[in-house]
Write a protein that binds this ligand. Structure first.
Ligand code: NI
Length: 253
């Protein structure tokens, strides 16, 4: 059994979510974590975890989605943080990619969500783009664990996050020819620190690069990791699943 530790299976991206779920099960992807990023997607997470056995959720506010952020969103998170099948807070973090980024606002909302996660003892799913040092410097002040999702930093930074207690989220980018950095990271960190994720609908692995991604593509990512690390794909499946289970509390209710 595989676990997709990070995806966004929402109605705005897929015509038929029932089909997405069926394809997952056919490909042995038997648990998927759908991450919210704004108020509407977080509410959709709550519906999806009710509707589909294999769907678990994280709720959180993404750094590029803060334009209409309201203070009462923290109460929303707090109200649902202990819901059945909500396994963490995310997708949260820092993203300095775009011009006119309000870095202070991003840091404030990020920290408030980390405080909540710490208070309720929940893991976090971290987004960081063009902001890895600030992300690290904030995370080191909290006693948390979770996933550095779609990791794109150096081997050295991967090791620093691992020291803090985080695991490294590996997705479709690692299958791209030009992705030298992440291939180096995969080769040089122990399999016990790797989580599989698709970030669907984005970042489809080869040979589907550019197409709409789905959690059913997890085995392609596992296969690529097995080649890079020279272990069997069964080993990648077994260890990555147990890594995910060590971070996220999947209650079999
Ligand atoms: Ni994402």
């Amino acid at each position: 059994m595989y676990i997709d530790t990070h995806c966004h299976i929402f109605n705005e991206y897929y015509d038929n979510i029932d089909n997405v779920i069926l394809k997952c099960i056919e490909n042995k992807v038997c648990r998927i974590i759908v991450s919210g990023f704004d108020i509407n997607s977080n509410k959709e997470v709550l519906k999806l975890i009710d509707k589909y056995d294999i769907v678990y959720g994280t709720i959180g506010f993404h750094p590029t989605e803060l334009d209409n952020f309201q203070d009462n969103y923290y109460s929303f998170l707090e109200e649902h943080i202990n819901d059945k099948k909500i396994v963490g807070i995310g997708e949260i973090g820092l993203d300095y990619h775009y011009e006119n980024t309000d870095k202070e606002k991003q840091k404030e909302v990020f920290k408030r969500q980390l405080e909540l996660a710490e208070r309720y003892n929940k893991p976090v799913v971290i987004h960081t783009r063009d902001s890895i040092n600030d992300t690290y410097n904030i995370l080191k002040d909290y006693n948390l664990n979770g996933s550095i999702h779609c990791f794109s930093g150096s081997l050295e930074m991967a090791k620093e996050f691992i020291k803090l207690g985080y695991k490294i989220g590996i997705g479709g980018v690692s299958t791209y020819k030009n992705a030298k950095n992440i291939k180096e990271v995969i080769k040089n960190i122990d399999l016990s620190y790797i989580l599989l994720e698709t970030d669907s609908p984005y970042l489809a692995p080869e040979p589907y690069r550019g197409k709409i991604n789905g959690p059913q593509n997890i085995p392609l990512i596992a296969e690529n990791i097995s080649e890079l690390k020279n272990v069997t794909i069964q080993e990648v499946m077994r260890v990555s699943t147990s890594n995910a289970e060590a971070i996220f509390d999947f209650l079999d209710k």
